[in-house]
Write a protein that binds this ligand. Sequence first.
Ligand code: F6P
Length: 375
Amino acid sequence: MKTIKRIGILTAGGDSPGLNAAIRAVGKTAIRDFGWDVIGFRDGYLGLAENRFVTFDKATLAGILTIGGTVLGTSRDKPHRMMIKGKECDMTDVIAANYRKNKLDALVCIGGGGTHKNALRLIEKGLRVVTLPKTIDNDVPFTDSTIGFDTALGIAAEAIDRLHSTAHSHHRIIIAEVMGHNAGWLALGAGIAGGADAILIPEIPYDVRKVAAAIRLRSERGNNFSIVAVAEGAKSVSDSALFDAALKKKKAAKTKEQKDVAKQELAALESKHVGNTMRLAKELEQLTKLEARVSILGYVQRGGTPSCADRLLATRLGSACAHLLAQGAESVMVAARGDGYTTVPIEKVAGTLKLVPSNHTWIASARGVGTCLGD
Ligand code: F6P
């Protein structure tokens, strides 16, 4: 096992609250417990390709615990398809060369699904990489939770709380669109915590008539307003079938041409899906005769001070990450497991999504309190 002297850290993918707490925990533990040099690359994998980095010490790692976003900056750039001077380039070899040029003994990549796929590409080039799971979507598999999810959940739940009084005062339907990409964790969690009357998530295709029936029933019982929490990726039964068919086609594609056609079909469906929440509002207005309004919570969910739970999670996993590296860990994600942590091969994590399973307790609880899930 090679002794570590110097490590690099980067944050990639969408920013999320708690990233700085994670950088601080990895860095401080690395410096204090092991005396390693620590550098941080700017803007995700792009900074590593362009060799832009900062040197961390105890002073530069201080005072960032409670700050949102990432002091390193982030990007969604992929090593094998990076836009350099307006041209798409494969920068994997350049990244590997920069890793060696900087005499790094390990690289810590903090990110979600895309970050794990990219980490695997670097491992295949011989780099020693360890990851930490971060995303407000909570869709990284094999970890109890991801850094940023708890904060975003709190923000979305508070927004739903606030929408209640205006929905009640105006006798309206208010639809809160919640982020989460293709996973329903945020919408489901915030919807339950905020007492939404209907919650629509990608994992359960919805029938708008059923949502309207639930809202009408509430009106008949004297509650002439409703709150609908809808995940940005939620789809009607018919749209969901179209997406499933296109995804199947993409998976089955054997030639590059077939793959390109399937990709185009998916992209067309995705661009048609933009504005789905506005269309849902119109449909619900027509079916219920109530006024409907939409609040798209958007990037507010990703910003600002991390919650205590996220600071704790990031500190726990970040500190564990440095200790695991000292013990020889490589090619693993440091995952949250109960009060502790575990390691999961990055190979297992990359390309897999953690969606809400149909038998999850949150689904049963939502149904238990009478929430319409659109099915
Ligand atoms: O993955 C986090 C997330 O906020 C998703 O919920 C959302 O779909 C996506 O990022 C938005 O991506 P971008 O920041 O590239 O607009």
